[in-house]
Design a protein around this ligand. Structure first.
Ligand SMILES: [Zn+2]
Ligand SMILES: [Zn+2]
Length: 328
């Protein structure tokens, strides 16, 4: 799998052309490359930050040289889904995308993304690598909001990958007691500074451990930062009566949940999926980074130039890397 090479794109009316400075490699990029992605048309690289290289006619808010985070998806803002708070379900949301994607030297930002506030200007002290994490952090912010986490809650995050740890950082900031579980020793070791408690799911009974940590009650909420149906079952078993399980990781197409539905009913468990992020959340993610109150940079373990994209993919797939960032 290669990154996109070709002639530098031109900005049509209302569009921007951005010179990529950093673009995060997301688990969904790997799934898109391996053909397992279930959510939308594959465009590679959606965690990008860079410098405006060309401004299309009418995109008057921007100048060549502006440092920006361009969100790859924007909703229309006026349909029934948008006005009822399901903005990321808007038909326009998945239609808009960076072209040819963030893993290229230059890419176009569609006019709608520019017009509807999808492009954020970066304060001088927010670096491109941090800005490349605005999108995934924004997705986590939306998920935590949908899960209605409150200060003092005990929250289990299943999956200690980069987004699992972004959740842990945000949850701790929100005043929650965080527990992170995974089966990979390297990830568990890496997770320690970011979580109150780390559970090795290959050796420990996670639901039992959660009960013990909460006086027999169970976790107030569980964020499933993994696409595995087994992780979801573990979450359902770990959450307390009346608690919420947030489905954050994308399940593989055709995944089936093997779980007794009467238990979900009798224990009044809410299952809340969270897909993507809106401009409200990307703005919040950037503000959080700019304030210095949350630092996601320690999650970046590997950096590769575009020419070594395949090496970055390999490091992420083998589990050797936490967050991988691609640079020009
Ligand atoms: Zn992503
Ligand atoms: Zn809409």
């Amino acid at each position: 799998m290669d990154t996109v090479e070709g002639p530098r794109p031109k900005a049509a009316e209302g569009e921007l052309v951005v010179e990529m400075k950093a673009c995060g490699l997301c688990g969904t990029d790997i799934e898109k490359i391996r053909g397992e992605y279930t959510a939308a048309m594959p465009v590679l690289g959606h965690e990008a930050a860079g410098v405006v290289a060309e401004v299309g006619k009418g995109a008057a808010d921007f100048r060549v040289g502006d440092r920006v985070f361009p969100h790859h998806h924007v909703s229309c803002g006026s349909c029934r889904l948008c006005t009822s708070g399901s903005e990321t379900m808007c038909p326009d949301y998945r239609r808009s995308n960076l072209n040819p994607g963030g893993f290229s030297e230059y890419f176009r930002v569609p006019a709608d993304n520019v017009k509807r506030g999808g492009v954020l200007r970066l304060p001088a002290h927010v670096g491109f690598e941090h800005a490349a994490m605005i999108e995934p952090v924004a997705c986590c912010i939306r998920a935590i909001r949908r899960t209605r986490v409150k200060s003092g809650d005990t929250v289990l995050v299943v999956g200690a990958g980069p987004v699992g740890l972004m959740h842990a950082i945000l949850l701790s900031k929100a005043g929650a007691k965080t527990v992170v579980s995974d089966v990979a020793p390297r990830r568990l070791e890496f997770a320690k500074p970011f979580a109150g408690t780390v559970l090795d799911a290959s050796a420990e009974d996670v639901p039992g451990a959660m009960a013990k940590l909460t006086g027999g009650v169970g976790a107030d909420s569980v964020v499933v930062a993994s696409g595995s149906p087994k992780a979801l079952v573990q979450a359902l078993k770990s959450v307390r009566k009346g608690g919420t399980v947030c489905l954050f990781g994308i399940p593989f197409e055709g995944s089936r949940l093997d779980y007794d539905l009467s238990d979900v009913y009798n224990r009044e468990v809410s299952l809340v999926p969270s897909y993507g992020a809106t401009e409200a959340e990307t703005t919040e993610a950037l503000a959080l980074m700019a304030s210095g109150k949350a630092d996601f940079l320690p999650l970046i373990t590997h950096r590769f130039g575009l020419a070594d994209f395949a090496k970055g993919l390999d490091a992420a797939e083998r589990g050797a890397a936490m967050k991988v960032v691609i640079t020009p």
